[in-house]
Design a protein around this ligand. Structure first.
Ligand SMILES: [Zn+2]
Ligand SMILES: [Zn+2]
Length: 429
C-alpha cells in the first residue's frame, strides 16, 4: 500500500500509495508533480504512458467477482454426489449424530406413498417436484431409523409411477419398497436420531456426479487461477522495477501541519469531501449490508436443491458487481475533492487540506492546457468533463454546483473571443 515516489522520494502512507501513477515508460511509480515535471506528463504520449486505478489488479478483481460465486455450488454438487456414490453402506444401528451416513433398508410408512411429489407448471411445461414434508421409517432387520426429506438435494426416480401424476412421468417410493438414503444424522427434539436425507435412490450409481458440471467447474477454477497469476505476475514485475528505481535512498515524509492557502487568489470554499479515513469503514458497511441481504435471502429461501444454490450464486455475483466492486474501487482509488477553488488569468487553482492530497492532485490547471470543458454522456447520465491537451479527463463532479458553474462560465468567457475570430477567418459558408 504505502509507496515511495521514484523521482522525489516522498513516501505516501497507506491508501495514498495506491494513488501514485505508474509510468509505463520509466517503469516506476511517481507522484502527480513528478509525473508532470519529471515525466513531462507522459514522455510525449500523454495518458497512454500511464496506468492508474489498479490496472490489471482491478481487471482481476472483476474476473474473480464474476467467477468465484459459481465454484461453491459446483464443488458442493460434486462432493455430495460423490459421497453418495462412494460411501460404504452403514449398519442402521451404528450411525452417529453429526456424521453423514449412507444406509439401505425397506420403507415403512402409514401412508401408501412414503415419498412422493407433485406436478408444477413452469413457463412452458410441467415438471415433477419431490415433497419436502414426507417422512418415513427405514428398516433393516431389527434396526430402524426415521428419514426426513426437508432438505433433499437429489432424489432419483422411485420404483413405481406416482398415483397423482397427470402431465409428467413422476414416480414415488411406497411403503414396502427398498431404498438407499444418504445424509447427515441429526437428533430430534425428543432425543431420537433421524436421517436428514440429501440423496435418495435405489441404486448407488444413480444419481452420479455430473461430468459436464465437473468439467465446467475445473474450467472455472483454471480461469480463476490464470486471471490471478496474470495480475500477480504484473504486480510482481512492477514492484521489482519500482524497487530498482527507488534503490536504498531515504524517503521523505510530508509535513502534516496545517498550511495556509496561497494568498493573492480569490478562494471559493468547495465544501468538505468524504474523509479518507472513512473510506474503509464505508466499504465494510456496504459489505456487511450485502452479507445481511444474502443471509436474509438464504433464510427465507431455505436452499437445498441444486437450482436454489445457483439462484443464490447469481444473487451474490450481481451484488458483488454492484455495489461492492464500485465501492471498493472508490475506497481504494478515489481522489479527494478540493476543499477550495480559485479562478485566475493563469488557470483554475485547487486547494486540498491534506498535504498528501495536495501532492497527489494538481494545484493548477492552466487555461493553456484546457482543451475543452463540456457536458459528456456516461451511460444514461452525463457529467461535466474537463479535457486537457494531454488527453487527461477530469470529472468536475468533485466541485459544488456554484463552483462548477463559475469554472464553466470562465471557460466560455475565455473561449468566446477566439471562437469568433476563428469563425471570421473561415468566413461565411
Ligand atoms: Zn514525486
Ligand atoms: Zn515517466
Amino acid at each position: 500500500m504505502a509507496k515511495v515516489c521514484a523521482r522525489c522520494g516522498v513516501r505516501f502512507p497507506g491508501g495514498y500509495g495506491l494513488r501514485l501513477i505508474w509510468c509505463k515508460v520509466d517503469r516506476f511509480y511517481v507522484c502527480r508533480p513528478c509525473w508532470e515535471a519529471g515525466c513531462g506528463e507522459g514522455h510525449g504520449q500523454g495518458v497512454k504512458a500511464r496506468e492508474t486505478y489498479g490496472g490489471k489488479a482491478l481487471a482481476a478483481a472483476f474476473g474473480i467477482v464474476l467467477i468465484l460465486p459459481w465454484i461453491p455450488p459446483i464443488a458442493n454438487d460434486y462432493l455430495v454426489l460423490a459421497a453418495w456414490r462412494d460411501s460404504p453402506l452403514a449398519p442402521l444401528g451404528a450411525v452417529q449424530e453429526g456424521h453423514a451416513a449412507k444406509v439401505a433398508g425397506t420403507i415403512e410408512d402409514t401412508d401408501a406413498v412414503a415419498l412422493g411429489g407433485h406436478e408444477v407448471h413452469g413457463k412452458s411445461s410441467w415438471s415433477w417436484v419431490w415433497n419436502e414434508r414426507d417422512s418415513f421409517i427405514l428398516r433393516n432387520g431389527s434396526d430402524a431409523i426415521r428419514v426426513e426429506t426437508g432438505h433433499w438435494y437429489h432424489i432419483a426416480p422411485g420404483p413405481r409411477p406416482a398415483p397423482n401424476r397427470v402431465h409428467t412421468d413422476g414416480t414415488a417410493y411406497l411403503a414396502g419398497d427398498s431404498a438407499i438414503v444418504f445424509g447427515p444424522v441429526r437428533r430430534s427434539e425428543n432425543g431420537t436420531l433421524y436421517l436428514d436425507a440429501l440423496v435418495v435412490g435405489t441404486n448407488p450409481a444413480d444419481p452420479s456426479p455430473s461430468l459436464l458440471l465437473l468439467g465446467f467447474g475445473t474450467f472455472l477454477v483454471s480461469l480463476l487461477i490464470a486471471v490471478f497469476v496474470w495480475a500477480a505476475v504484473d504486480a510482481r514485475t512492477k514492484r521489482r522495477d519500482h524497487r530498482k528505481a527507488v534503490g536504498w535512498r531515504n524517503s521523505v515524509d510530508l509535513d502534516t501541519n496545517p498550511v495556509p492557502r496561497p494568498s493573492g487568489l480569490d478562494w471559493r470554499a468547495n465544501g468538505t469531501s468524504w474523509p479518507s479515513r472513512a473510506r474503509v469503514p464505508t466499504l465494510l458497511a456496504v459489505v456487511a449490508i450485502v452479507a445481511c441481504i444474502v443471509l436474509l435471502v438464504w433464510v427465507s429461501l431455505d436452499p437445498h436443491e441444486p437450482s436454489d444454490y445457483f439462484v443464490l450464486s447469481t444473487i451474490v455475483m450481481f451484488l458483488s458487481m454492484i455495489p461492492i466492486l464500485p465501492v471498493g474501487v472508490w475506497a481504494a482509488y478515489h481522489e479527494s475533492g478540493p476543499s477550495a477553488l480559485a479562478l485566475s488569468d493563469t488557470g483554475i487553482h485547487f486547494w486540498y487540506d491534506n498535504p498528501y492530497d495536495r501532492h497527489l492532485n494538481d494545484d493548477l490547471v492552466p487555461w493553456s492546457e484546457v482543451k475543452v470543458i463540456e457536458r459528456r454522456k456516461a451511460g444514461r447520465s452525463s457529467y461535466w468533463a474537463l479535457e486537457r491537451t494531454t488527453g487527461e479527463v477530469d470529472n468536475l463532479g468533485m466541485l459544488i454546483a456554484a463552483n462548477r458553474d463559475a469554472v464553466v462560465a470562465a471557460w466560455r468567457g475565455r473561449k468566446a473571443p477566439s471562437a469568433r475570430s476563428q469563425e471570421g477567418a473561415v468566413g461565411p459558408a
